[in-house]
Design a protein around this ligand. Sequence first.
Ligand code: PMP
Ligand code: GLU
Length: 422
Amino acid sequence: MSDVSSESPLAGRLKKIKPSPTLRITAEAARLKSEGVDIVSLAAGEPDFGVPEHVQEAAIASIRDGKSRYTPSAGIPELRKAIAQKLRTDNGLDYTPDEITVGCGAKNILFTLAQVLFDPKDEIVIPAPYWVTYPDQAFLNDARPLMIRTREADGFTVHPDVLRKAVGRKTKAIILNNPCNPTGAGYTREQLEQIAEIALECGAWIISDEIYEKIVYDDFEFVATASLSPQVKARTITVNGLSKSHAMTGWRMGYAAGPAEIIKAMTMVQSQNISNVTSTVQWASVAALTGDQSCLKEMVAAFQQRKDYVVQRLNGMEGIWCFEPKGAFYAFPRIAHYFAMVDADGNEYKDSTSLCEYLLKQALVSVIPGAAFGGDEYLRLSFATSMDQLKEGLDRIEQALSRLKPGPHYDNYQAHLEQKRF
Ligand code: PMP
Ligand code: GLU
């Protein structure tokens, strides 16, 4: 008889997944801070601004008015109408309310979408560096993530030739994140058209994660993938939410817009899962979408100033190159110059994970290793924190890195990295 007690009760698919590294590292930095450690956290993927006043008021009013019951699983009609209006005004897209469903954040919406779209062994094309959750959600739904590399030289956007080589009969979907977390890549209309053409040719769905749509810089103009043409719209599911645009990360509101058959299936899954997004959050979201948007302007202006500062500081550091983000609120500097360097005690740092540990211990700065996003030569720094913290954090990083010196394997290791460079 087999020893049942030694067998894990957990489903096999869990072997392939891990806790969200971004949430884990952010929580770890918060824990150290609460213990009195003087940490500068550049890890958090959430705006450091308050929820707009009128949104808070709408939430309180909804509770006082007794709007506290179950709602339709797709979301209250008022909210779906407000989302339809937003898509029309901002993106020139026409969706009826039954082509829209509301979930507990974009993360939950992406998961529900994976549930209704992915079959076992379907391939899901994910451009790397990618947001940490995409591959794990594919695994959790028994599909296969297929990572394709993007290059610095292409501004971290998908090169059509690379995509064309990757897609085939098994491709079920391509996940596009525009603007991209962690790279800050942003797609022009022409670039989107090239990708969409390939998706249409091979019959793949486009999952367009547009959660950072509103947080864009300089002269970058955001284009919603589904707005390219009716044909592209028919193969695209747009994912968005209020976490970033209205600083409502903890409230958990995200939505999908797409073909009615898919949206109906997602709503069915939700009816067996979450039932509905918290009623109060839905009423607050109506206010967020239909009310005054000036808070967004102020937030983006602050992000722009921080982005300019952070990128300029990073590019001024020995051996570091940092892409100028088109959107989102992360800098993604290439730090491989420091791989195979050693500290004063002779400890060698060969990857982004060990370098992050070094920065945490020796500089008391928390950042996310590029490895978590499928880009080990990089680090992700969030600039969703004050200018004072950014300055302090970057000073500390610069000093800590300057203390590293090439170790015995430096030249060989760097030559090897150069060969691997895409
Ligand atoms: N997509 C991307 C690219 C993100 O960075 C995030 C941030 N958590 C999400 C989706 C999910 O956002 P939320 O679940 O808070 O709506
Ligand atoms: N998206 C944010 C980030 O990348 C929040 C964390 C998460 O949802 O994983 O940091």
